[in-house]
Design a binder for this molecule. Structure first.
Ligand SMILES: C[S@@+](CC[C@H](N)C(=O)[O-])C[C@H]1O[C@@H](n2cnc3c(N)ncnc32)[C@H](O)[C@@H]1O
Length: 237
């Protein structure tokens, strides 16, 4: 399978409007493409994150970059006290959740300090522009002792799986995404956006410098995804 060579990443100064516009465009078929691309595993990964966080009936939960609301929908069977935020009006308009959502930026969360017991954030870290500010906001709105789960794509560590993953992610995914969504560009951006992924050291620094415990990292989908969970410590960052 031939890899896409053309650079599909935007210049850094326009990354944020580029990402917003891209998700507005692909919103109508976003859920379908996700299910097809991950063979439905993405929902199991979200369930795993909610389970690891221990979300229950009294948990007040925020889903940052909620998109069409997959995390929120799954969380509904556990808690009625969840809310989502995303800056893409297109994604929010296509939401499948009954939980409340607001349009806004992860860099300026419109919620008070220590409001939430739990935060989820799925497949959005690569798409943020200013990760330091986003993590500072996570720490601000989460109460001390509260927990966070970040779900992201990953690069498999085994060389054979990496080879297969590369063929799939760089070859088939742009093809499937382009066909189903009519937006070839977005699904060229997707595999290339792994270059924005923080390394494990950078993740560690983001968590610990914002008053979180070092994250527990769980590999999912033969290394194609990663789940990072952590607890907000009692210190003010
Ligand atoms: C790959 S989608 C993930 C959606 C959802 N979390 C899921 O698990 O399917 C990434 C989402 O991040 C949102 N996003 C990216 N940057 C953002 C920001 N700075 N503030 C709020 N939302 C943002 C996009 O609009 C998009 O809906």
């Amino acid at each position: 399978m031939k890899s896409s060579k053309a650079n599909a990443l935007p210049p850094s100064d326009v990354k944020s409007p580029f990402v917003q516009n891209m998700f507005d465009t692909i919103a109508p078929t976003y859920d379908l493409v996700n299910r097809v691309m991950t063979f439905g595993l993405d929902q199991h990964w979200r369930q795993r994150a909610l389970r690891d966080l221990g979300v229950g009936a009294t948990t007040t939960m925020l889903d940052v970059a909620c998109g069409t609301g997959d995390f929120l929908t799954l969380a509904q069977t556990r808690t009625q006290r969840s809310v989502g935020i995303d800056f893409s009006h297109g994604m929010l308009r296509r939401r499948t959740t009954v939980a409340p959502v607001v349009q806004g930026s992860a860099v300026h969360l419109p919620f008070g300090t220590a409001t939430f017991d739990a935060i989820t954030c799925g497949f959005a870290i690569r798409n943020f522009t200013d990760l330091d500010s986003v993590f500072a906001e996570f720490a601000r709105v989460l109460r001390p002792g509260g927990s966070i789960a970040i779900l992201e794509v990953a690069i498999p560590s085994s060389s054979i799986v990496q080879w297969l993953h590369d063929r799939y992610f760089n070859g088939l995914v742009p093809l499937i995404g382009g066909l189903l969504s009519h937006s070839k560009d977005a699904y060229h951006y997707l595999p290339q956006s792994v270059t924005y992924l923080p390394t494990s050291d950078q993740f560690l620094e983001l968590f610990t410098s914002n008053a979180f415990a070092p994250p527990r990292v769980t590999t999912l989908g033969f290394g194609a995804s990663q789940l990072l969970t952590s607890t907000r410590l009692g210190l003010v960052p």
